[in-house]
Each structure stands twice: as structure tokens, then as C-alpha cells.
Design a protein around this ligand. Structure first.
Ligand SMILES: *Cc1c(COP(=O)(O)O)cnc(C)c1O
Length: 231
């Protein structure tokens, strides 16, 4: 008899293979790329299934949905990353229930997260979201405004600035995908050259993670390819 594998477990294995392949092609060690499983809109049961298959880090985008799910799954030892748009009146639960926030795009939000992070918890790990494709509809700081924001965020006491995140425009053109991700990498390199200590590039989703890994992604955020299409 063949081993039974749930859909989620089989897809996680498939993604791990895709990540390893993309890393090897790029001359990188596959262990440099972490998989963040984006469970937004999926029930706690789906997260439990992924956790049973060995997945530890999960990403959520909607505060209330996330808080309910985290409560249900407390005790599983999972690591939660907030990756969605953040309004200043919703920072408190995010500051304390999550280990990471990838979507910091203005100082006011970062200040609130820092003020509200419980002193008994380790510093909140954060990335600044950058709008690299210049679409007016996309959140994220502009590349021009990034250096000043990064210096200010790095100085906040309860946050640890780890790096940059981006969500480029959807395109199947791999050359465009790579150009956007290369821009984020160059922005991070510029900040490192200016003295900031950053180790994270959060970039790449179900459809473009291979291009992101080729350009240096250290965290890929994958939803659809693990859990299926969202309603
Ligand atoms: C939903 C989402 C993802 C996952 O996208 P998929 O295409 O489903 O893999 C990644 N990052 C962010 C910020 C998201 O909101």
C-alpha cells in the first residue's frame, strides 16, 4: 500500500522541491530559503494539517481572522507572521500575537508596534514593505522614502528590523519578475552598505517564487500552491 498523503502534505513536499530546485539553479543553499505558508482565509484545520506535515511558519493578512485562528491553535508551537495591510487602530493584537510583521510601510505603524509589544516578549521581527513596481494601488513605501524610514524603524526599541518585503504586480513575464525582485535586493544591499544589519528578503509567492529565489529571497510566502485557490 502507498503512504496516504493529504493534499496539503503532498503540496508542501512539492513546494519544498521547487524551492530546492530554484536555489540550486541559482547556486544557493536551499536552507537559506524559508517557506512561509500563507493560511489566510483557510480554517484552523488546514493549518493543523500543514503543521502535522512539519510546516512551522504561517502567514496571515486579516487581523480578526488571524487572532481567532491563533487562539484555536495556541499550543502547537507555530510561528506567526503578519503580512497584510495594517491600520493603526489594529496594531495592538498584531504587536503581541505575532513573531513577525512583514508589512510595515510607515513610521506611525512601526512606532505603535514598538510601544505595544509586551516587554516580556522578544523584539518583534519586522520587514519594511516596498512598492517596487510603482503601481499607485499597491501599499509599500517608495524606494526614495525607504532609507529614512528604515533608519527610523531600526532605532525603535521593541522592534528588530530584519529586511524588506515586496508584492510586485502580477505578471507571467519572468524577466519582469526578476527585475522587480532584483530591485528589492539592491535596495537591501544599499541599506546594508549604509550600516544597517539586515538579513531578510521576503519576496516570491505561488506564481513567482522561482524568480524571487534566483534574486536572493530568504522567505517565500506561499498560499495557493499549498492550500488551494482562495474563494
Ligand atoms: C496572499 C498573500 C500571499 C500568498 O499568495 P499566493 O499567490 O496565494 O501564494 C503572499 N504574500 C502576501 C502579502 C499575501 O497577501
Amino acid at each position: 500500500m502507498q503512504d496516504y498523503k493529504s493534499g496539503i502534505s503532498a503540496r508542501l513536499q512539492n513546494i519544498a522541491g521547487r524551492i530546492a530546485q530554484a536555489a540550486i539553479v541559482a547556486g544557493r543553499d536551499p536552507s537559506e530559503v524559508r517557506l512561509l505558508a500563507v493560511s489566510k482565509t483557510w480554517p484552523a484545520e488546514s493549518v493543523r494539517e500543514a503543521a502535522a506535515a512539519g510546516q512551522r511558519a504561517f502567514g496571515e493578512s486579516y487581523v480578526q481572522e488571524a487572532i481567532d485562528k491563533l487562539d484555536t491553535l495556541a499550543g502547537l508551537g507555530l510561528e506567526w507572521h503578519f503580512i497584510g495591510p495594517l491600520q493603526s487602530n489594529k496594531t495592538r493584537p498584531v504587536a503581541n500575537a505575532f513573531s513577525w510583521v512583514h508589512s510595515v510601510d510607515r513610521l506611525r505603524i512601526a512606532q505603535r508596534l514598538s510601544e505595544q509589544r509586551d516587554v516580556h516578549l522578544p523584539p518583534l521581527q519586522v520587514c519594511i514593505q516596498v512598492n517596487v513596481s510603482g503601481e499607485a494601488s499597491k501599499s509599500g513605501v517608495t524606494p526614495d522614502a525607504l532609507p529614512e524610514l528604515a533608519r527610523a524603524v531600526a532605532a525603535l526599541p521593541r522592534l528588530q528590523l530584519r529586511g524588506l518585503m515586496t508584492i510586485p504586480e502580477a505578471t507571467s513575464d519572468v524577466a519582469v519578475q526578476r527585475a522587480r525582485f532584483a530591485t528589492l535586493r539592491q535596495l537591501k544591499d544599499g541599506l546594508v552598505a549604509s550600516g544597517l544589519s539586515l538579513d531578510t528578503l521576503s519576496m516570491g509567492m505561488s506564481d513567482d517564487l522561482d524568480a524571487a529565489i534566483a534574486e536572493g529571497a530568504t522567505i517565500v510566502r506561499v498560499g495557493t500552491a499549498i492550500f488551494g485557490s482562495r474563494a
